[in-house]
Design a binder for this molecule. Structure first.
Ligand SMILES: [Zn+2]
Length: 271
């Protein structure tokens, strides 16, 4: 049976639990939501500000939002959500005219230290174990990979075109497997890719610009080959683009019709 998971990115100090409720209230008890959570978020993600009154350089601990912490702990205890690590501060830097996510520009020692500290902080604050990492803007270089491996975290995302992972024999094998699949099937490798002691798994993105019919085609395909389907989205986009609600409802209903099993993202890695 194929698994269906929802990954929602950007829960942080700036999140009001009602924003998450407004997106997922129809699904509690049926579809668990895997929340990619930022431990010490800055107020600005790329050009978007979550709080214009907040100093752009500030790093705001999730624990300072007591309402959110209580809500997350309660939902997690009931098995309705799981917590994943989503970077440290989610700060971008502009390099050669491009916004680059923090796991693409921070020095190796800083990535190692912040990954460890961010994971420990969220685990202790929310009384949970974290097993997955979601890189901000889906950007991660080989130093970021080393940092998450040291913390035994799996990656929601897949390797890029090349040389973005520590260069080892099992990396070469995984790379060959992935490109052989792409050449044969014309799409990214759909199963967990295991190497270097951790796993990586692709996700399918739901944004205001997503091709809904294309997502439905991918979902049907995953169900037919017994591959997991991870739908990645951002709760804060639903407010401005309410048609995302109907897209999500259509995908969930299709997954039900295809007899897929709703699961946490960690289950898609076989854990
Ligand atoms: Zn993010």
């Amino acid at each position: 049976m194929s698994l269906f998971a929802i990954r929602d990115d950007d829960t942080s100090f700036f999140t009001n639990p009602e924003e998450l409720e407004s997106v997922y209230k129809s699904y509690w008890g049926k579809v668990p939501i895997s929340l990619a959570t930022i431990p010490f978020s800055g107020p600005e993600h790329r050009a978007r500000s979550f709080d214009p009154t907040c100093s752009p350089d500030s790093e705001n601990p999730l624990g300072a939002n007591k309402n959110l912490v209580d809500w997350l702990k309660n939902k997690n205890k009931n098995g309705q959500i799981e917590i994943m690590l989503h970077g440290y501060s989610h700060r971008y830097r502009r390099i050669n005219g491009q916004w680059v996510g923090e796991y693409g520009w921070k020095p190796p020692e800083q990535l190692a230290e912040e990954t460890r500290r961010g994971k420990e902080y969220l685990e202790s604050l929310l009384e949970t174990n974290i097993k997955e990492f979601v890189p901000p803007s889906n950007t991660i270089n080989k130093y970021g990979i080393q940092a998450i491996r040291s913390e035994n975290l799996n990656l929601s995302g897949v390797m890029g075109r090349g040389l973005d992972r520590p260069f080892t024999l099992d990396y070469m094998q995984a790379y060959a497997k992935r490109w052989a699949w792409r050449l044969r099937h014309g799409d990214a490798y759909p199963f967990p890719l295991r190497y270097g002691g951790h796993s990586e798994l692709r996700a399918y993105t739901l944004t205001p610009r997503s091709d809904e019919d294309g997502l439905c085609r991918s979902l049907r395909y995953c169900a037919s080959i017994n591959a997991p389907f991870v739908l990645a989205t951002h709760y804060w986009e639903f407010n401005d683009f309410p048609n995302m609600h109907s897209s999500m409802a259509r995908l969930i209903s299709l997954a039900e019709n295809l007899d897929m099993k709703f699961a946490k993202l960690s289950s898609c890695f076989g854990e």
